[in-house]
Write a protein that binds this ligand. Structure first.
Ligand code: TRP
Length: 456
């Protein structure tokens, strides 16, 4: 047995808890607090949320287990992990392409993720300056519009955020990151609860809650089902090797099933809390739930402007949001950096700076799509929307599909049994979900989104 256990050259998490923290740090980010509310608003609320929750449970959790398992067994960057595991299972080497596919998806996601994180960063200072005290909905809206239509300001924030991300990746994910996550995540959680209490005072709490939780299936389209599924991948950081590379630093004795369920639960609770904060504010101020990517930046400042100690709470909130984005962003380039270190003997610092610079450059496109390039469109989408659609709705589910097919069908069952090391029935549930439920669900959603099959 011991002969087949590999170790990672990049080090290992110091404990099982640290892995759960780091993976939760990767999962919880802008996806939960910025993206979930705005796409829920755009896709009509309850029914969309229900589909999203189903996707988390039936597709997300088994794929997360598979991804962690592959990582821990391969103990290398996703590219080399897939090559090693393919060889071990007697499958063609082309499976390492899955790692490449993930590296590209990671670049593309981080390039726009950093632009949005830049917005959050600038809101730390705006809130702290007291700019939002007593602000009206129109006021908050024009402050947001002024920011996104100014490419120079955006450039500064985007650059700053990319430097911060590169810095942590250069130091190695373990140093600093572990500590930061274990303090900041619980704080973010506590602050969200405080904000939920504020939302209860708006007089529109029930309206917000029912928007989130009462499904109206007439609002569901094949496209919104695809968006819900894509978001399940996005929010859990699945389908591109981020969780795989984190799994490669995982101690051998950790229960992958328990860790996955814990991560998925924490991630889901944060998203739902964010929804419970945002929508009551939306309705209390007669705003539009479908306002788009600016939604939290147009609603939260109103709340901070009205509440007791709003400057303090608001500033703290945006600081924590930036941290949440930060702990996510590092996982997006870690696969690429780990590969450069493994295959090119590159020093971690150079590798991080190199990858950071490419990502920064691609990010300029997303940055400009909110202003100068806003009219440049392909399929009706600007550069940012296009990247978001391509990565979240297509690349991540496709990557996840191949991961789960490899783990469920192609890997030897002794290997997966050994790695998952769970009860017999636990293993069987995983096997059914990853052999049948997850792959079929992903394919059905894809086919219905491109109109090949009709679900309703
Ligand atoms: N999950 C993060 C969020 O919700 C974003 C993220 C980090 C991600 N790593 C990822 C998304 C890997 C997809 C793949 O904000």
């Amino acid at each position: 047995m011991s002969s087949e256990i590999r170790t990672s050259i990049h080090g290992q998490w110091s404990s099982r808890m640290m892995f759960v923290m780091a993976a939760t740090g990767s999962a919880v980010g802008l996806g939960n607090i910025w993206k979930f509310p705005y796409i829920t608003g755009e896709n009509g609320g309850g029914a969309f949320v229900l589909v999203y929750l189903l996707c988390i449970a039936a597709i997300g959790v088994p794929i997360m287990m598979s991804e962690i398992m592959l990582g821990r067994r391969g103990r290398q960057s996703p590219i080399n992990t897939m090559a090693t595991l393919a060889a071990e299972a007697g499958r063609p080497k082309i499976w390492s392409m899955l790692g490449w596919f993930g590296v590209i998806a990671g670049f593309l996601i981080l390039s726009y993720y950093s632009v949005i994180a830049g917005w959050a960063l600038s809101y730390v200072f705006r809130t702290a300056s007291g700019m939002f005290e007593g602000v009206t909905a129109d006021g908050a809206n024009s402050i947001f519009t002024a920011l996104v239509s100014d490419p120079e300001k955006l450039l500064a924030w985007h650059t700053l955020f990319m430097i911060a991300t590169t810095f942590v990746v250069a130091r190695g994910v373990k140093h600093g990151l572990e500590k930061a996550v274990s303090y900041l995540m619980p704080m973010l959680f506590a602050l969200l609860i405080v904000l939920v209490f504020y939302s209860m005072t708006t007089g529109h709490f029930m309206q917000g809650a029912s928007f989130l939780f009462s499904p109206d299936f007439s609002k569901l389209t094949a496209q919104s089902v695809l968006t819900a599924m894509g978001h399940a991948f996005f929010t859990l950081s699945l389908g591109m090797g981020a969780i795989m590379v984190y799994g490669s630093y995982l101690p051998q004795d950790t229960s992958i099933a328990k860790a996955s369920i814990l991560i998925a639960l924490a991630d889901t609770v944060v998203a739902l809390l964010a929804g419970l904060v945002i929508f009551p504010i939306v309705f209390a101020n007669s705003l539009e739930p479908g306002a788009g990517p600016g939604l939290i930046f147009q609603t939260l400042p109103i709340a901070f402007g009205q509440m007791e100690a709003g400057v303090l709470i608001g500033t703290l909130f945006f600081i924590l949001l930036v941290f949440a984005a930060w702990t996510s962003s590092i996982s997006l380039i870690e696969p690429a950096v780990a590969w450069l270190v493994e295959n090119h003997g590159m020093n971690r610092i150079y590798a991080s700076v190199f990858v950071g610079m490419i990502t920064w450059f691609v990010g300029l496109g997303s940055m400009l799509s909110f202003n100068v390039w806003s009219e440049h469109r392909l399929f009706g989408l600007n550069f940012f929307d296009l990247l978001d659609y391509l990565t979240a709705n297509i690349m991540l589910p496709l990557g996840g599909l191949f991961i789960v097919i490899f783990a469920g069908w192609l890997m030897k069952t002794e290997a997966s049994k050994n790695e998952l090391n769970t009860t017999k029935s636990g293993y069987n549930v995983w096997l059914i979900l990853s052999r049948y439920v997850a792959p079929v669900a992903v394919m059905v959603v894809f086919l219905s989104a491109i109109g090949v099959i009709k679900l309703s």
